[in-house]
Design a protein around this ligand. Structure first.
Ligand code: FES
Ligand SMILES: [Fe+2]
Length: 350
């Protein structure tokens, strides 16, 4: 499925961010992931559970059902499942058919996220989850603002395309964050089997207006900006600002550092989930400032939603996938798509 080749949707034997930990409570919650309905809830002792969210009797959504102790009871005819997905009760008969059960997905609570494994549970290795400390989430040097969720009105790969190609900043985000420079500065790329990174350096540029205000500094800066995608879900980025090494009173002094986290998870074939957080090294105790900056980022992400909604509508209405013109700036995008395709093909081969 575009932008991947026909027959390729998403890799399954991978960890995806399913929810913010505090979204999942005792009350069951339904969320579609990889085109499957999933029912989330917490047991009485607080453990998060993810079950296949479709009752095998008449397909009623379990995420819209009710809990009885640690078990979930289907709202329709009362069939009850344990946190392991076994059927523990059929009110209308004593005998439980072997087919009366639902899948239980491996679920890991790490930092403020719940990571889900939708594929073969035997392969769910927790050490494959990106190291949260390495990407700064638990680094005390950064104050992290989190908790943002956006429902993406388009297929998940459109969001990865968006994050792979930041030359859209100067155009789609012209009235918010701007940054036309992205279109002209060379990009350094690197990748492994399950990660891809891109970095840009902006030496000796005017301090961007937002930061000039925050740092009380109107001079020249060196700016380093990069993004790394840990396939298939989490883009971790950084935006570091230093006083210009060639034209300032204190060459190379750190003005401030920002880290951004964009987590994308396929929901249905044509929708996705987007979880956002950011960290900063400045105004760390200023809660109101931190929340306001989070709101600004979210307004920018809504502009990405606008582009995604329009492209999804265009493709869905056409019903075909016209060829696309590829540009030099699409190099990271093309490489990233190939990595997704290769993960999917490996699973198909097995
Ligand atoms: S649909 Fe769930 S018990 Fe009948
Ligand atoms: Fe964007």
């Amino acid at each position: 499925m575009y932008p991947l080749p026909e027959g390729c949707f998403a890799p399954r034997n991978q960890w995806y961010i399913a929810a913010w930990a505090d979204e999942v409570r005792r009350e069951p919650m339904e969320r579609w992931i990889l085109n499957e309905p999933v029912a989330f809830y917490r047991t009485e002792d607080g453990r998060a559970v993810a079950l296949e969210g479709r009752c095998p009797h008449r397909h009623f959504p379990l995420g819209k059902s009710r809990l009885v102790g640690d078990n979930i009871e289907c709202m329709y005819h009362g069939i009850t499942f344990s946190p392991k997905g076994d059927c523990v009760r059929i009110p209308s008969q004593g005998m439980v058919p072997a087919s009366c059960k639902v899948k239980a997905y491996p679920l890991v609570e790490r930092w403020k996220w719940l990571w889900i494994w939708m594929g073969d549970p035997a392969l769910a290795d927790e050490s494959l989850i990106p190291d949260h400390h390495e990407i700064g989430l638990t680094d005390p040097a950064f104050t992290v603002e989190s908790g943002t969720y956006h429902a993406v009105p388009g297929r998940y790969m459109l969001m990865h395309d968006n994050l792979f190609d930041l030359t859209h900043l100067g155009f789609l985000h012209q009235t918010s964050i701007g940054a036309g420079d992205y279109s002209v500065v060379d990009e350094q790329r690197d990748n492994g089997d399950n990660w891809i990174s891109s970095q840009r350096e902006f030496p000796n540029i005017q301090c961007p207006p937002l930061y000039a205000q925050v740092f009380g500094y109107e001079g020249k800066v060196d700016r380093a900006f990069g993004m790394k995608l840990f396939l298939p879900s989490l883009h971790a980025g950084y935006d570091f600002l230093f006083k210009s090494r060639t034209d300032s009173d204190d060459p190379g002094a750190v003005l401030g550092k920002v880290r951004v986290y964009h987590a994308i998870t396929p929901a249905t074939k044509n929708t996705a989930h987007y979880f956002f957080a950011y960290g900063r090294t400045f105004k760390q105790d200023d809660d109101a400032f931190g929340k306001a900056m989070l709101a600004s980022f979210n307004a920018v992400i809504e502009e990405d939603m606008l582009a995604t909604r329009e492209i999804e509508a265009m493709l869905t209405t056409l019903g075909t996938t016209p060829p696309e013109v590829l540009l030099k700036a699409d190099a990271t995008c093309v490489r990233g798509r190939r990595l997704f395709e290769s993960l999917i093909r490996k699973e198909q081969a097995v």
